[in-house]
Design a binder for this molecule. Structure first.
Ligand SMILES: [Zn+2]
Length: 147
């Protein structure tokens, strides 16, 4: 059962083009079997599939079961600080994708990665590859609460 739909950013700088193939490489370098997200939303709004929805993702430590992960490209300004860098096309695609997922997984709750506190389980482990405290660099829970 899908319990969560989690929005992430790629923690890459504004305007820099990356896609699911790059993320697949980064995640493999970290020892994952393949890209951990189910969907990636590119700067131009294109939605790429990372994992099938039937596959478990690898994107929120300790909360990967029943959790669909969506990552938009961006999330950092040119100095590397957290910023909502979503393009208009990305905003449109994110909304469409989330709407579609909510229609199919009615009980799923939409959250941003940062809404899963890394200290909930008290082990103090923070993922290095992501900006976990900020990711996805906007309030996804609030923005998509009406879907
Ligand atoms: Zn994240």
């Amino acid at each position: 059962m899908i319990k969560y739909i989690t929005v992430h950013c790629s923690a890459t700088k504004e305007g820099k083009e990356f896609n699911s193939k790059h993320i697949d490489r980064w995640h493999k370098d970290r020892g994952f079997r393949k890209i951990g997200y189910h969907y990636v939303v590119l700067l131009d709004g294109t939605i790429e599939v990372g994992r099938f929805e039937s596959e478990q993702g690898a994107h929120v430590k300790h909360y990967n079961k029943g959790n669909i992960g969506i990552c938009y490209i961006g999330g950092l300004d040119e100095n590397g600080n957290a910023k909502d860098t979503r393009t208009r096309a990305q905003k449109e695609s994110l909304r469409l994708l989330l709407k579609d997922l909510k229609k199919r997984y009615k009980k799923a709750v939409i959250k941003g990665h940062r809404d899963f506190s890394p200290d909930l389980d008290g082990d103090g482990v923070i993922e290095e590859f992501e900006f976990i405290k900020q990711c996805p660099c906007f309030n996804a829970k609030k923005e998509y609460s009406n879907l």
